[in-house]
Design a binder for this molecule. Structure first.
Ligand code: DGP
Length: 142
């Protein structure tokens, strides 16, 4: 099935394989990979393969598929890191601090003491650390 795409979208480029990612999951409708600006260690993203900017644009069945992939990734992150909690966060629009207008759900491990504000300031992660966490979470994808 052909998906809508936007040639200028970073996540469309990841879906197309023209830029790399630390991939955790891949199916007909969705892809999941490690976030390269992690708010916490183990931060991952469940992403629609098609380019729909927000929850208001995406077909309901594709949104359901993105949620199912987020659940699968969340279970693997939980098994790998045993955090004190996990937030599934999905932003729509600049007021919600959405920086990539291509629908995705954040799988964000949480600790009671992490003091993470919901509108965190993204900064580049340590690639070696992200790669190591990718390997550990991937091994728990089931
Ligand atoms: P949001 O601000 O909710 O739209 O989240 C977008 C996330 O995407 C943000 O946490 C950083 C992440 N991100 C941006 N560019 C890239 C990229 O090229 N690769 C990966 N893996 N993640 C990216």
């Amino acid at each position: 099935m052909a998906h809508p795409t936007d040639p200028n979208c970073i996540f469309c480029k990841i879906v197309a394989g023209t830029i790399p990612c630390f991939r955790l999951h891949d199916d007909a409708q969705t892809i999941a990979f490690m976030d390269i600006n992690p708010a916490n260690e183990g931060h991952a993203l469940s992403v629609a393969k098609g380019h729909w900017p927000t929850v208001h644009d995406i077909p309901a069945d594709v949104l359901g598929a993105v949620a199912q992939t987020a659940q699968r990734v969340s279970k693997a992150v939980h098994k790998t890191l045993n955090p004190e909690g996990i937030n599934l966060i999905q932003a729509n629009g600049p007021g919600a601090a959405q920086s990539v207008p291509h629908l995705h759900i954040h799988v964000l491990p949480r600790w009671k003491t992490d003091n993470l504000a919901i509108n965190w300031h993204p900064s580049p992660g340590d690639m070696a650390k992200i790669k190591a966490l990718h390997e550990r979470i991937l091994a728990n994808m089931g």
